[in-house]
Design a protein around this ligand. Structure first.
Ligand SMILES: *[C@@H]1O[C@H](CO)[C@@H](O)[C@H](O)[C@H]1NC(C)=O
Ligand SMILES: *[C@@H]1O[C@H](CO)[C@@H](O)[C@H](O)[C@H]1NC(C)=O
Ligand SMILES: *[C@@H]1O[C@H](CO)[C@@H](O)[C@H](O)[C@H]1NC(C)=O
Ligand SMILES: *[C@@H]1O[C@H](CO)[C@@H](O)[C@H](O)[C@H]1NC(C)=O
Ligand SMILES: *[C@@H]1O[C@H](CO)[C@@H](O)[C@H](O)[C@H]1NC(C)=O
Length: 427
């Protein structure tokens, strides 16, 4: 008689969320602040605690004798249960570039397991390795185990997740978001996990996206830029063009910021860090078999709002953006250098050597519950390679003249199914 009763009580208490203390840090992840020699640790608890990180250099025993303090923010999800969680953010500063550190996060109420990271270098003369993908969910996260293993093998300096997380983070009163953030911890607690918003983050004005991640700048991760080795990386939101209900002024605000950021990269800075790479969720071009924006002749992300305002293709072409990374379509597509639907190969023999227009890569097949997106059987002149496999992209910004882009197929057991060098050896 008693057992079912006690069980029932504990269920009721659980549902009410009463009397269970949750001090133990979870969902630990790193991000780069954009400020040299620093890194931010973000994590979640369900009871209030202070926010601290203790860390120390490796090798040697973990001494944890360096301490950094940060902020605890209450996040109330927009769902019917109005679930509460505490987001903790601590920035570690004055790190020694390339130095490995061990850390744990939490407070005197409880510490996380120990994790480690390598402080990013700030100078342009190294060759960072990135894993890049979009559209990875809680369910059917095909590429995740390979990414976890390769991260632990020290293959990457940072991850770029090009929008669409968890499917969706707000689902089931944001419990899907919690579980997704736990799933990626074995990647994201070791290397900076850099993001941009996708359409699946839309709920409650992108609140799960804005609150769970910590990106550079003051836009809660909607748009920002940072330097990594010889590259300047710009992350922005294509979603401001599609959810005007959250503020039409955001389109102009972002566009003006993009313009200013690109202006600032010209000349002197460009000789230091010659590569400009953009990342955002919805592509300008695609050949998938659907009616998405990118399948339109004049896609919004390419030609702007009706009337041609805030058109991004002209802007990126004008400032000589080198590589544009997209997702949204659950497949891999590489384009020849393209502007205004015309191909601008470097030459016929070497299309990616000194290309005369930006190169686009769409990599949205990391794996989610919506499966893959097939391609339209028609050939387009600007489309070079199309792969309908689960997988992700490796980008090695080798130096000031060479970028290596490889596509990994998870379906084909980690095979490299596409491989190009983007070369820029004259300006
Ligand atoms: C941490 O401990 C090591 C070994 O005792 C010591 O060399 C180092 O100075 C300490 N660092 C700080 C900031 O206390
Ligand atoms: C949505 O969030 C943005 C900040 O990301 C804010 O500027 C805007 O006013 C919000 N819109 C609404 C309708 O709450
Ligand atoms: C696309 O835009 C161009 C330039 O404004 C216009 O000439 C063309 O008719 C448009 N095409 C379609 C299919 O809307
Ligand atoms: C661009 O280069 C590729 C590879 O050499 C070639 O197949 C394609 O026809 C070229 N396109 C144009 C418009 O020159
Ligand atoms: C840049 O990287 C490429 C590919 O690894 C290499 O061939 C080239 O020599 C490098 N350039 C410099 C200046 O190191």
């Amino acid at each position: 008689m008693w057992k079912p009763f006690i069980f029932l009580c504990s269920v009721v208490l659980r549902v009410l969320g009463a009397s269970i203390d949750h001090y133990q840090p979870e969902q630990v992840h790193l991000s780069y602040t954009g400020q040299p020699a620093s890194i931010t640790v973000t994590w979640t608890t369900f009871s209030w605690t202070p926010s601290m990180v203790e860390f120390s250099p490796l090798p040697g025993p973990p001494l944890f004798n360096l301490t950094a303090y940060g902020e605890t923010t209450l996040f109330v999800d927009g769902g019917p249960m109005k679930r509460k969680m505490y987001i903790h953010r601590v920035t570690l500063k004055n790190l020694i570039p390339s130095q490995r550190y061990v850390y744990h996060c939490g407070s005197s109420l409880g510490w996380s397991p120990q994790f480690y990271f390598r402080a990013l270098r700030n100078d342009p003369s190294w060759g960072p390795h990135l894993a890049v993908f979009g559209d990875m969910g809680n369910e059917n996260a095909k590429s995740l185990s390979r990414l976890q293993k390769e991260t632990q093998m020290d293959m990457y300096d940072a991850i770029l997740h090009v929008g669409d997380f968890a499917y969706d983070m707000d689902k089931d009163n944001a419990q899907v978001g919690d579980e997704f953030m736990r799933q990626i911890e074995s990647v994201a607690a070791y290397v900076p996990y850099m993001t941009c918003p996708g359409n699946h983050e839309e709920a409650y004005n992108f609140s799960n996206y804005r609150m769970r991640f910590t990106m550079p700048g003051d836009t809660e991760g909607l748009w920002y830029s940072w330097d990594l080795g010889p590259a300047h990386i710009i992350s922005f939101s294509t979603e401001v063009y599609f959810y005007l209900k959250y503020g039409e002024e955001l389109v102009a605000k972002q566009f003006n910021w993009l313009q200013r950021d690109l202006q600032a990269t010209s000349k002197a800075r460009r000789s230091e860090r010659p590569w400009i790479i953009t990342m955002a969720h919805r592509p300008m071009y695609c050949t998938n078999f659907n009616s998405d924006d990118c399948a339109q002749v004049n896609s919004t992300t390419r030609t702007g709002l009706p009337g041609g305002q805030y058109a991004l293709e002209d802007l990126f072409y004008k400032y000589g953006v080198d590589l544009e990374i997209w997702a949204h379509e659950h497949s891999f597509e590489r384009l020849w250098p393209v502007y205004n639907r015309r191909v601008y190969n470097g030459s016929i023999d070497a299309p990616y050597t000194n290309p005369r227009a930006p190169v686009h890569i769409t990599t949205g097949s990391a794996g989610c519950n919506e499966r893959l997106d097939p391609f339209f059987p028609l050939h387009r002149e600007w489309s070079a390679v199309r792969i309908e496999d689960y997988g992700y992209t490796r980008i090695h910004v080798a130096n000031k003249t060479h970028i290596h882009i490889q596509q990994v197929s998870d379906d084909q057991d980690g095979e490299i199914v596409d491989d190009i060098w983007l070369i820029k050896d004259k300006s």
